[in-house]
Design a binder for this molecule. Structure first.
Ligand SMILES: [Mg+2]
Length: 345
């Protein structure tokens, strides 16, 4: 589709001329929001589509962070894959990850639960237990929400509020040419786990990595304190999320996968499924690791601050208009953003 995101939807007579969400895709729909809504008030520091969370002034010396994310049956999970308690924890984790990406501290959550009437009570109990545990592990609490009946598919929509001091706030913008590009933990393992779940392979570590992501809240705070210049969580794959960070920072980047370790368990999964482990790392969604940038001299200190959690150097920030590149097998390829996009065909 060539239509610009701000063009009005045309209502043609032919069925094919009626624009749908799939014509635009998630990113252009987010851009489009701006033209449909009134201006944001002055106390909104970061608003719609700008960062991992909205950022508001106050209270006191703090800034408020606000985010929401949904787990919907059939799209984010299958009931046959996951037990209710793990599902509750997962719904908490995907929101905690966005607060982590700002260097923030999670505080309170609201849960909007859309549930079919014939859902077994043990699912309700398990989801709530998991939500409570998942939030409490990072100092946050569920303080309200809404229950509503749905026809079939269950969905858990969480709104999470956090806070951060102005000094520690870490945005997607701020990356500078020469900064190293760093990623926490084990990117790619969640995507490998999803592929194994879909192939109904015997359960192992990779499936757990997908179903039970560990939000990097403490790592996010340590990275913010250690002086990273920009940060984002990996929800749509390294290539896509790095490209969001580059867009916000007005820079380009080069990723070198030769130094990214591929664990034995991931290599075996790739062989079993006839898949490419590097594709999982670059384009695998729902990793919920943190991607950040920092000057080279700070990298050793940042690694020490994370203790046992790996912080892998995957490339370098380039000046604007240098292009976005992937170094692989001694060749330089354009870095393609093959991550997940809602509504896209
Ligand atoms: Mg995010």
């Amino acid at each position: 589709m060539q239509r610009s995101s701000s063009a009005p939807l045309r209502r043609g007579r032919a069925r094919s001329a009626v624009a749908t969400l799939a014509d635009l895709g998630e990113m252009r729909l987010i851009e489009r929001l701006g033209s449909l809504l009134p201006r944001e008030p002055g106390w909104v520091v970061a608003g719609r589509g700008e960062d991992d969370t909205a950022v508001l002034e106050g209270p006191g010396r703090h800034l408020t962070l606000l985010t929401c994310d949904v787990q919907e049956e059939g799209r984010h999970f299958e009931r046959s894959w996951i037990d209710p308690r793990t599902l509750g924890r997962r719904a908490a984790a995907v929101n905690l990850s966005d607060i982590a990406a700002m260097g923030g501290e999670p505080r309170v959550a609201l849960a909007s639960l859309m549930l079919p009437a014939d859902l077994e009570l043990r699912w309700f109990d398990g989801i709530l237990r998991g939500l409570g545990e998942g939030l409490a592990a990072y100092g946050a609490a569920l303080v309200g929400g809404n229950l509503s009946q749905t026809a079939q598919r269950l969905a858990i929509d969480i709104t999470l509020l956090g806070r951060v001091t102005r000094r520690r706030l870490t945005r997607r913008r701020g990356a500078r040419p020469g900064d190293r590009i760093l990623v926490t933990g084990w990117p790619g393992e969640s995507a490998a786990g999803l592929a194994l779940l879909q192939a109904r392979a015997p359960r192992g570590k990779l499936q757990r990595r997908h179903l039970e992501p560990e939000p990097r809240v403490r790592a996010g705070q340590a990275l913010a304190a250690g002086g990273v210049t920009a940060m984002i969580d990996i929800s749509d794959g390294i290539a896509t999320d790095l490209s969001h960070l580059c867009d916000a920072s007005g820079v380009d980047a080069e990723v070198d996968l030769s130094d990214v370790p591929v664990s034995g368990v991931m290599r075996r999964a790739a062989t079993r499924l006839g898949a490419e482990a590097h594709a999982w790392i670059l384009n695998g969604g729902e990793a919920y690791e943190l991607l950040c940038t920092a000057p080279p001299r700070r990298v050793a200190r940042l690694r020490r601050a994370l203790g046992d959690l790996p912080l892998t150097d995957i490339g370098v920030v380039l000046p604007a208009r240098s292009g976005r590149w992937l170094l692989h097998d001694a060749d330089r390829h354009p870095l393609r953003t093959g991550g997940y996009e809602h509504f896209a065909r």
